[in-house]
Design a protein around this ligand. Structure first.
Ligand SMILES: NC(=O)c1ccc[n+]([C@@H]2O[C@H](COP(=O)([O-])OP(=O)(O)OC[C@H]3O[C@@H](n4cnc5c(N)ncnc54)[C@H](O)[C@@H]3O)[C@@H](O)[C@H]2O)c1
Length: 324
């Protein structure tokens, strides 16, 4: 069984590709390398192309039995500044991919959604039934695609798993692949970078939230736990399971200060930081209710915050250079 991993030269897609291969799937990567890297695709067949490029995409789809769709623009702040870019790629181009998938006769589709579809939830933990009310164009673009998948499931029998990730973090234990975002906006790599002498200070956005230590609390999930959940989700669809939407997190929250402590423990150096004001639109706490994903997929995230941060540190030390 062959899986087309779209966006497979990116951070999460490259980890999912390895998890699929470990489980016996044939894997083809498809990526335009806009934010992806050849080195994350090493050892795999990589078709370089855009999801909107039908002539490039169709022959790749013709060889696949299922699609995993990771390709998107994913910076919340940029989506507010430049929504056109986000709707063009995450909606318009993504719909083109979806239609080509359907035309190729493929009926299994796994989609990278996000907890950003929930916006600022009224209740924690967040269940799959929490109203989807995104507060930025990035979240809105992902919600649109969820709606498209729901409609295509009803109308055309295209079965999909809409996987709503919380905060993906960490790196493959091999140290060969890991997080490579440019610019990097995620807390764990920024905290680790701020432990290096002479580096820029880590900006902490808000220390007066209604949380135990005043800083924001998030649900950090190791990228390999996330990757394993994708394999389980595909197996669910393969064995005749219905379309579904699932939260992927650990069900445990950690504050910014706890992450900083973990980064200090991993590096043995103080994380230089500056406490700043809150960032507009940042909810105090985002933590997943993971009961459904545990029940339906028989899956549970196993790696702790310490393991997440130490794997990210190994990856950074191995020289996660920005080059291809
Ligand atoms: N990183 C997180 O914590 C997080 C959380 C929630 C959801 N997500 C979602 O997970 C997915 C993967 O995120 P990531 O952190 O690995 O990002 P990433 O930027 O590392 O990976 C995205 C990949 O998609 C490719 N791509 C983008 N647009 C494309 C196009 N039009 N055609 C072909 N390829 C294209 C990029 O080159 C890149 O390799 C995204 O859809 C993102 O919205 C990520």
């Amino acid at each position: 069984m062959a899986v087309l991993v779209v966006g497979g030269a990116g951070y999460i897609g490259s980890h999912a590709a390895r998890a699929l291969r470990r489980s016996g799937y044939e894997v083809i990567l498809y990526d335009n390398l806009s934010t992806g890297y050849q080195r994350l695709a090493q050892g795999f067949e990589l078709v370089i192309g855009d999801i909107a490029d039908e002539a490039k995409l169709r022959p790749a789809l013709a060889r696949a039995d299922a699609v995993m769709h990771f390709a998107a623009h994913a910076y919340v702040g940029e989506s507010v500044q430049n929504p056109r870019k986000y709707f063009r790629n995450n909606v318009e181009a993504a719909l083109s991919l979806l239609n080509d998938t359907l035309d190729a006769g493929i009926r299994r589709f796994v989609f990278s959604s996000t907890c950003a579809v929930y916006g600022v939830p009224g209740k924690i933990p967040i269940t799959e039934e929490t109203p989807r009310e995104p507060v930025n164009p990035y979240g809105a673009s992902k919600l649109f695609f969820e709606h498209a998948l729901e409609a295509y499931s009803r109308a055309y029998g295209l079965r999909s798993a809409r996987l709503r990730y919380f905060n993906a973090a960490g790196a493959d234990e091999s140290g060969e692949i890991g997080e490579l975002h440019d610019p990097e906006t995620h807390l764990i790599p920024l905290a680790l970078a701020a432990a290096a002498p002479g580096s820029a200070q880590l900006q902490v956005f808000g220390a007066d939230y209604p949380t135990p230590d005043g800083t924001c609390v998030r649900d950090y999930i190791h990228v390999n736990d996330l990757a394993d959940a994708h394999v389980r989700a595909l197996q669910h669809l393969e064995t005749g399971g219905d379309s579904l939407a699932l939260n992927l997190g650990t069900g445990r929250g950690h504050s910014v200060l706890e992450v900083i402590q973990a980064a200090e423990a991993a590096t043995g150096c103080p994380v230089r930081r500056v406490m700043g004001p809150r960032r507009p639109g940042d909810p105090p706490v985002l933590v997943a209710d993971v009961a459904q994903s545990q029940k339906i997929l028989g899956w549970q995230a196993t790696r702790t915050l310490t393991e997440i941060v130490s794997s990210a540190w190994v990856w950074m030390q191995k020289g996660s250079s920005r080059s291809a």
